[in-house]
Design a protein around this ligand. Structure first.
Ligand code: ADP
Ligand code: MG
Ligand code: MG
Length: 883
């Protein structure tokens, strides 16, 4: 097996499409080498070594030592230096790189290969002693932190004390002598902490760093990130060892990060930051405030520090050319890391950049316009789930607001919530149902869980490419970063701004599109859905086969869904209409009367209101199909709870309270979800479904007459297990239809179908389709009844199941294709065998889940139905599934 792949000097063993083996970073370093871009030479130890390492008790393949030794020598030959040589030492970086980019999850060690001897050689070679000792100091700190587990703070303390003694404020004031003294102290600290000296042998250093990268694949941070992003543990990480180039060699050296387009808005412009005389993560660590790359961006931001375009114009021009080369080659927006060593540009990384939903749409549409990709590729480029970011309200521009301060618009969207200063606290508050804004000086990978739980993130330090900004954009959380006017005191749990002291629990609002931080909660407005959004959705609509309907019972939901492009209602839950204040009393009267006559009296009161509900829905849907499910939940859900409510119902029904209480007691069930509900109610209390059917038919005629067309309602019977149930109910509904038709002198076209939500119904689909004209898969209940798991109680053990790998995904979020999916497949096949034109749809939560939608496409359903806000997501997912 080939364990080691080299790159650099215009050649490489690997390619961009070898990410599984080389990781994203390694594969793209190889690709950039092929493109002839300036990449410091190096080599990649494959992900297969990581797998081997964990499979063999943390040991390496036999030949690896020799392979690495040869590869290091080769890198040295390419740059004209020797690893560990005291006159002309080669220094390397050791970098992790998994298949999917995991920002900040793994630790990089820079300047490896330094010790007391080689540092002197480096100083002579560079002709710059201060630079060499600065690199050595950085190396000891980084290596100790990442590999030896002696944390940064040890060194920062030493540094602070030293600076204080000397009266310095900036690191740049440190002289070579200061650095040398610091190095002695750093090493003493490591020896004291570890009980053994800092390793001087460069090979020991190298293998220590390689082991740390592989080890970090299973650290807690990486595991959290993988869990949140569905990345399997089996992938493993690669290790990249690469010749160092130095951004800290004085005023013509620099380090920077860039995106080839604006990752927040998608605009095609130079976007990025750099720092003169700095190294590695200095830019993203938020220690010094980075400077803009382009002059235009600097001027727009009103910044005075020179842009790279102004301070290093030649390198800037070259960088812009590299942007073009990379975009043409990868046909996508790239996220780039680079270093300038004494006026020479070096490329250290490229990858497809994370972006907001807004940017994803714009970039996809514009790349298609530029001819770099076709429309189908553009459709596939946008993650449907991300659209959610665009559909939600933004701050009402007319709403009054008290602006506390402004930071950088790091990730768009508006969020309001209470302030919390730690990730753990944020997670706890969010779990108790609070909306939280996580406020930090800067974030680090340890904060990921808190960022996930927060509505939005606010930091006082760090730029547009800081950890907080990058992670927030990836998660779709609004973020304002680098709000320098904020004084955060995490210990006291306060932040001070403009003389105001805000405490944990105080409410603020942040606007990630403008960078504004406001006091209290600011009202919001609905988003505009035009421009790139409608262009891409138009493309998606033209390729998808599946129809997209919505689950809606209120006029507001129905209208929202239509605005989002719903093509009908797939599920109108009539019981939700019963809970409204003006009718719950009549509903309770109906339920609580033991006699049919009492029930009919109450139902007579409900008929006109129910008819009014349907009239509104039919009008809004203007001829689009509307599926109405008859009453489904166990009756006890409507029961009065308080004494006052009981008395009220008793008075309305004209019976003593004790009668009502007894009846309520009679209705109680041990296991209501499997009890007297769904069509079972229709069987035992025919008058309920008869009233509902009448309301539907009368409304259909009313709306049809007004619009001069016919409304064809689809009546859906829930929780059917047998054909016999459906036969009985269908006959009764037909009698109502005939009666209404006779009264109005009008024909009433309608369809009768059923939900398939019990395994028996799915299996007997062939027979049930003799009666049913459509099936709608109620996959929430079908998942519950197939697994025998109650969705409401699953939370107690679901996490354990996911962790233990029993479930790969929450089956209530993404359909269990193997089990529940098989039942769907069987019902669809058997149903269509009986009735070729049987309409098939899905109306559970799964109808808005892209993975489940892909499954629906495979099984050949006619439509999916989902909540209004998921309609655009479903439209795009359906298009992707069809491609
Ligand atoms: P991450 O995956 O966290 O981005 P990287 O491996 O990309 O980590 O390393 C972080 C930074 O370290 C890079 O952006 C770059 O600035 C610096 N770096 C890595 N390797 C080198 C190198 N060979 N020479 C100079 N700087 C390097
Ligand atoms: Mg990092
Ligand atoms: Mg990087």
């Amino acid at each position: 097996t080939k364990w080691v792949y080299t790159f650099g000097d215009g050649k490489a063993d690997g390619r961009a499409d070898m990410k599984n083996l080389l990781g994203g970073k390694g594969a793209n370093l190889a690709e950039m080498s092929h493109l002839g871009l300036p990449v410091p030479p190096g080599f990649t130890i494959t992900t297969e070594v990581c797998t081997y390492y964990y499979d063999h008790g943390k040991t390496y393949p036999d030949t690896l030592t020799g392979d690495v030794r040869a590869a290091v020598a080769d890198v040295g030959a390419k740059v004209g230096a020797i690893f560990g040589d005291k006159d002309n030492p080669l220094l390397v970086s050791v970098r992790s790189g998994a298949r999917a980019s995991m920002p900040g999850m793994m630790d990089t060690v820079l300047n490896l290969g330094l010790n007391d001897e080689t540092v002197a050689g480096l100083a002579r070679q560079a002709g710059d002693e201060r630079f060499a000792y600065d690199s050595y100091r950085r190396f000891i700190q980084m290596y100790s932190d990442v590999v030896l587990d002696v944390g940064h703070h040890h060194f920062e303390e030493i540094l602070e004390i030293h600076k204080e003694e000397k009266g310095y404020t900036l690191d740049t004031e440190l002289t070579t002598a200061d650095l040398k003294a610091l190095i002695v102290e750093y090493k003493a600290k490591v020896a004291a902490e570890l009980g053994q000296p800092f390793p001087v042998d460069v090979n020991e250093q190298l293998w220590g760093a390689i082991g740390a990268v592989f080890g970090s694949w299973r650290n807690a941070r990486a595991e959290t990130y993988r869990r949140l992003n569905d990345i399997p543990e089996s992938w493993g990480t690669a290790v990249n060892v690469q010749a160092m180039v130095f951004g800290n060699m004085g005023e013509t050296s620099a380090t920077g990060v860039a995106f080839t387009r604006n990752p927040s808005t998608g605009t095609a412009e130079i976007y990025g930051e750099y720092l003169i005389n700095a190294q590695g993560e200095d830019v993203v660590a938020g220690i010094r405030t980075p400077q803009y790359l382009s002059k235009a961006a600097r001027v727009a931001a009103g910044d005075t520090k020179p842009s790279m375009e102004e301070s290093l114009p030649e390198v800037f021009t070259q960088l812009v050319e590299v942007f073009h080369t990379l975009e043409r080659h990868y046909r996508d927006m790239q996220d780039i890391e680079f270093t300038v060593q004494r006026g020479k540009l070096w490329m250290l990384q490229t990858r497809s950049g994370k972006r907001t939903a807004k940017a994803a749409l714009k970039i996809a549409v514009e790349l298609a316009g530029e001819g770099l990709i076709d429309r189908e590729t553009a459709i596939l480029r946008v993650d449907p789930q991300m659209l959610d970011q665009l559909l939600h309200p933004t701050l009402d521009p007319k709403a009054p607001r008290e602006i506390l301060t402004r930071g950088l618009p790091a990730s768009p969207g508006a969020a309001s919530g209470i302030i919390s200063f730690t990730a753990d606290d944020t997670e706890k508050l969010a779990a108790s149902g609070r909306k939280v804004i996580l406020v930090r000086a800067e974030t680090s990978p340890e904060d990921i869980h808190g960022m996930h739980a927060a509505q939005g993130i606010l930091t006082s330090r760090g730029g547009m490419t800081s950890h907080a900004a990058v992670v927030a954009r990836g998660m779709g959380r609004p973020c304002v970063s680098g709000a320098g006017a904020l004084k955060i005191d995490a210990n006291a749990q306060t932040m001070t701004v403009m003389g105001k002291v805000l405490k944990r629990g105080d409410v603020i609002t942040i606007d990630g599109a403008t960078g504004e931080v406001m006091l209290g909660e600011v009202p919001t407005v609905q988003p505009e859905l035009s421009g790139d959004f409608s262009t891409l959705m138009g493309w998606a609509d033209s390729v998808r086969r599946l129809k997209v309907r919505t689950n809606a019972e209120t006029p507001l939901d129905a209208e929202t869904a239509r605005r989002f492009g719903a093509e009908g209602i797939g599920l109108c839950r009539t019981e939700h209409m019963f809970f409204e204040a003006d009718r719950i009393l009549a509903v309770r009267e109906m339920i609580l009367s033991a006699e049919k006559a009492g029930r009919e009296a109450a139902l007579a009161k409900l008929l006109p209101v129910q008819r009014g509900d349907f009239v509104k829905l039919f009008e809004i849907m203007a001829g689009l199909p509307v599926t109405i499910r008859l009453l489904d939940p166990p009756l006890h859900e409507f029961l009065p709870h308080t004494e006052a409510e009981l008395a009220e119902v008793a008075a309305a029904a004209g019976v003593p309270v004790s009668v009502i209480k007894t009846r309520a007691h009679d209705l109680a069930e041990a296991n209501p979800m499997l009890g007297h509900r769904g069509c079972r109610l229709g069987i035992t209390y025919p008058e309920i479904y008869e009233m509902q059917a009448r309301a539907i038919f009368e409304a259909a005629i009313e709306v049809g007459e007004k619009a001069g067309s016919t409304v064809t309602p689809e009546i859906m019977i829930p929780l059917v297990a047998t054909k016999a149930e459906l036969d009985i109910l269908k006959d009764r509904i037909a009698i109502v239809a005939k009666a209404v038709a006779a009264e109005k002198g009008k024909d009433i076209p309608y369809l009768i179908g059923t939900m398939i939500e019990l395994p028996r119904a799915a299996l007997r689909g062939g027979e049930i389709a003799e009666t049913a004209e459509f099936f709608s898969f109620g996959t929430n209940d079908l998942t519950q009844t197939t697994f025998g798991i109650s969705r409401d109680d699953a939370a107690h053990f679901l996490d354990d199941y996911l962790r233990a790998g029993i479930f790969q995904k929450d089956p209530f979020v993404s359909i269990d294709e193997d089990g529940v999916g098989e039942l769907v497949r069987i019902a669809a096949e058997r149903g269509r065998k009986t009735r070729e034109k049987l309409k098939l749809g899905i109306c559970g939560e799964h109808g808005g889940d892209p993975a489940s939608i892909a499954f629906c496409e495979k099984v050949g359903l006619d439509y999916v139905s989902c909540s209004p806000y998921r309609v655009p997501i479903a439209r795009l997912a359906a298009a992707q599934a069809a491609l």
